[in-house]
Design a protein around this ligand. Structure first.
Ligand SMILES: *Cc1c(COP(=O)(O)O)cnc(C)c1O
Length: 407
């Protein structure tokens, strides 16, 4: 269960039945949270938002004056973010960048290119060969580092130090660093290293990971006689779906990054969280269509389902939710009502995987009551398989607009 905030409860209550299911994004709450995150970080740390977590233009605009830039992971995201928040610094990472995507990124004037393979460096070198040396493209080498400690081993989305298509194997990094350091590519300027190694870590673990990345990067740069000026230590700050009121410890993380920054004067650190910035501002509201008992388990079938909110199916968790009782029942037939203490909430899809939450304590839940899922502001609507079964799309609502004077 999750507590609804006052603006969300007011909006859910005000929505007409035909507007359900609905995604609500509380932009005021998002801005407050992002400002808190920014304030917890030292000045030496730049905060980018990983747009793939939720690229709704209103979300990007709400974050625009709080974050230092945006991380994009495809040519599509690059064009979309550049349009939604013009003139903001962009960092472009992704395996398998195409020549067209790199060309578009250069035309856009991307702030940082995260180079993930030798092929990509060749393409970039060719595309920038005639660039004036006074306006080089800034490059970070993305490296798939193995960092010490148990932190990464347990992470469900760990991508560092194991075989993945992301970034360079550390054994290849020296060869590319040597090319970037010897001046043969006047159109490129090498600033440092990027490493996004896992998602779902807590602050202490992520500080350890950041320290390892910085140490490794410092040694790499030293081997090539280059001053290390930037390290991007990625995103991956945990969102705990089992404890919706808890938050990643941004203050502890900020203090840890502050210690790393102090030990490395002149080094700019950058982070690029996705989920931990936007998850909390999103809500998926719907209504119970039917309640039924099946072999001892009581099911509440809601309008919509995992084709709108795939997160619980993907991550294998129960999406935290709240019930908003609706007392009127307009039909002459009996109102379906839960008889057990707990229900399993499913959607309308014809697959047993369409599970939104199990063990929801909702005694007396009735058809027509509204169910509101929290923590749906990241990797939710945009990762879902919308067209499966051809149900209608949800409606979208943005609460708490931007203060006057912003875009
Ligand atoms: C997905 C991604 C992020 C954001 O990850 P979160 O777990 O949402 O914080 C950051 N950097 C890169 C390169 C990514 O692929």
């Amino acid at each position: 269960m999750i507590a609804l905030t006052e603006p969300v409860l007011a909006k859910v209550t005000a929505l007409s039945g035909t507007e359900l299911p609905a995604y609500l994004y509380d932009l005021g709450a998002l801005r407050d949270h992002a400002a808190f995150v920014r304030a917890a970080l030292p000045d030496a740390v730049e905060l980018y938002y990983a747009a793939k977590a939720n690229p709704e233009p209103e979300i990007l605009a709400a974050l625009s004056d709080i974050v230092d830039g945006f991380e994009v992971s495809s040519g599509g995201e690059l064009a979309h973010v550049a349009k939604a928040v013009p003139q903001r610094p962009l960092a472009f990472g992704a395996p398998g960048k195409t020549l067209d995507e790199l060309t578009a990124a250069l035309e856009h004037g991307v702030h940082r290119m995260h180079v993930e393979s030798a092929t990509e460096l060749r393409m970039l070198a060719a595309l920038t060969a005639n660039r004036p040396a006074s306006a080089p493209i800034g490059v970070l080498l993305r490296v798939n580092l193995a960092v010490d400690g148990g932190a990464l081993a347990d992470s469900a989305l760990a991508m560092g130090g194991r075989p993945t298509p992301f970034g360079l194997d550390p054994a290849q990094a020296d060869a590319l660093a040597a090319e970037l350091a010897d001046g043969r590519y006047p159109g490129l300027r090498w600033h440092g290293v990027h490493a996004h190694l896992a998602s779902g870590l807590d602050a202490a673990e992520l500080v350890e990971v950041a320290a390892s990345i910085v140490n490794w990067s410092t040694a790499l740069a030293a081997r090539h006689g280059v001053e290390l000026t930037e390290v991007n230590v990625g995103g991956g700050m945990n969102v705990d779906y089992t404890a919706p009121e808890s938050r990643f410890d941004w203050r502890a993380y900020g203090r840890g990054l502050g210690r790393i920054a102090e030990a490395n004067p002149g080094l700019r650190l950058r982070i690029e969280p996705g989920r931990a910035l936007t998850a909390y501002c999103g809500w998926y509201a719907t209504e119970v269509l039917d309640v039924k008992l099946s072999h001892g388990t009581e099911f509440a079938v809601v309008r919509g389902g995992t084709h709108h909110l795939r997160t619980p199916a993907t991550k294998g968790h129960d999406q935290p939710c709240a019930i908003v009782p609706v007392d009127s029942w307009p039909h002459p037939w009996q109102r379906p009502t839960a008889g057990q203490q707990e229900v399993t909430v499913t959607g309308q899809l014809c697959t047993p995987k369409d599970l939104l939450a199990q063990h929801v304590a909702a005694p007396g839940l009735r058809a027509g009551d509204r169910v509101v899922f929290g923590l749906t502001g990241a990797y939710a609507w945009n990762i879902s398989h919308h067209d499966f079964l051809m149900h209608p799309s949800p409606t979208f609502h943005f609460l708490g607009g931007l203060p006057a004077g912003t875009v």
